[in-house]
Design a binder for this molecule. Structure first.
Ligand code: ADP
Ligand code: MG
Length: 391
């Protein structure tokens, strides 16, 4: 789904209040009844609210839904995007929005600039856009969505990822500096590097291999397993040395699925991360290590000696219940990956709904032509990346 910031500048303060009202109402209502929106927005005079509602619906931030019992509106991803961007803008975290640099299965990645022009990355979590049609229990799970909604889950993913990155950065792990999170988005340091996947050849693969395995072990020794340790989630920095050679160093990203070493399937997740690196080095660089392992039991044998990071993440406000809700989703999505292959962008979750959506629904649309829409508007092009000022 594309993020078009064009309307961002034209929303009135009333529009913003109504949008925030729809968001607030969505906590308890999948479809927020119009009178409730009016009440939550706290605006006097009905006609003003209706005008705002129609403005917001026109630009796709909310969508009208008719169902059997009442008519109302639901927040669209675009509406949530705007609320988050506005918060980042108001806290002076993000000054302008630039190119989209990644479309993950469940996230969109944009370059942004801070007020001092430092480049950053905005990661927008989009859980729930993949298809769950294959497995009936998954459908039922998503339909019963009080705690399964994309809104709630995307926010959980962002919150968790931010907390995990914060403790990892503090402990000296090579991860981007997390800067802030709001709703389903996080802003972090931009790493000027390519994913391992893009690296054709490496002079000394054994060195990088050892560094990556050591990272997996060090994480587990502090209570965490990445859970998706693949060639797209490892960014490789090339550091020129005084003697003319180039040192490679890895920066790890993408943490919403990280699990505690206390998880019932922790060993399986650990082994899967290890196997992922092994397989990739063998296939791509024809490198096979002489050393067996690393093994889960060895990695966690001294656990508890230092501060446990999994416990800290839990204590950060990301509760056990939140962790369970998100985990449930990740497991469902994992199974789906196995069963159906890659079907990113299908909007199955929304289709399974028997409500009728009036306004054009752009959720689940693929952003193949990234780098275009977000740039529409004036004030672009003078910051190294094309960018759209938010002010
Ligand atoms: P997803 O959950 O969709 O896989 P990721 O966090 O892995 O999201 O990001 C997707 C892609 O975006 C990465 O493979 C990488 O190319 C790019 N990316 C993400 N974060 C950064 C960052 N901080 N700096 C540079 N590139 C990034
Ligand atoms: Mg990734």
């Amino acid at each position: 789904m594309k993020l078009n910031t064009h309307a961002l500048r034209y929303l009135t303060s009333e529009d913003w209040r109504v949008l925030a009202g729809v968001e607030q109402g969505s906590k308890n209502h999948e479809v927020v009844p119009t009178p409730l929106i009016q009440q939550l927005a706290g605006l006097r005079g009905g006609s003003g609210v209706h005008k705002c509602i129609s403005n917001l619906a026109k630009v796709g931030l909310i969508a009208k839904v008719k169902n059997a019992r009442y008519d109302g509106y639901r927040l669209a991803y675009g509406g949530l995007d705007y609320l988050a961007l506005n918060a980042h803008r108001r806290s002076n975290t993000v000054f302008s929005l630039g190119n989209q640099i990644g479309v993950g299965k469940e996230s969109d990645i944009y370059i942004t600039a801070a007020p001092d022009s430092t480049l950053q990355v905005l990661k927008i979590h989009r859980l729930g856009r993949i298809s769950f049609r294959s497995v009936k229990s998954n459908r039922d799970y998503l339909r019963n969505r009080s705690t399964g909604s994309w809104l709630y889950l995307s926010r959980l993913a962002a919150h968790k990822e931010f907390e995990v990155m914060k403790v990892l950065k503090r402990e000296g792990f090579a991860v981007p500096q997390p800067i802030s999170w709001n709703r389903h988005t996080i802003v972090m340091e931009f790493i000027d590097a390519f994913p391992l996947r893009m690296i054709e050849s490496i002079p000394e693969p054994g060195k990088l291999y050892a560094e990556l395995m050591d990272t997996i072990v060090q994480l587990a020794a502090r209570g965490l397993i990445h859970g998706d340790f693949n060639e797209f989630n490892i960014l490789i920095k090339e550091l020129p040395q005084p003697d003319g050679s180039i040192e490679l160093s890895a920066v790890l990203i993408d943490f919403p699925q990280a699990v505690s070493t206390n998880h019932a399937n922790a060993e399986m997740y650990f082994d899967r991360d290890v196997a992922c690196v092994k397989r990739y080095f063998e296939r791509r660089f024809k490198y096979v290590s002489d050393e067996p392992g690393p093994f889960f039991a060895d990695a966690v044998k001294d656990i508890g000696a230092g501060r446990r990071l999994d416990v800290e993440v839990e204590a950060s406000g990301f509760s056990k219940k939140m962790a369970r809700d998100l985990e449930r989703y990740v497991e469902v999505a994992d199974n789906r990956d196995g069963a159906e292959g890659d079907e990113k962008g299908e909007d199955g979750a929304e289709e399974d709904n028997n409500e009728q959506v009036d306004e054009e629904d752009d959720e689940g649309e693929e952003a193949d032509d990234a780098e275009t829409d977000a740039l529409a508007g004036e004030g672009q092009g003078d910051e190294g990346v094309g960018s759209d000022r938010l002010n």
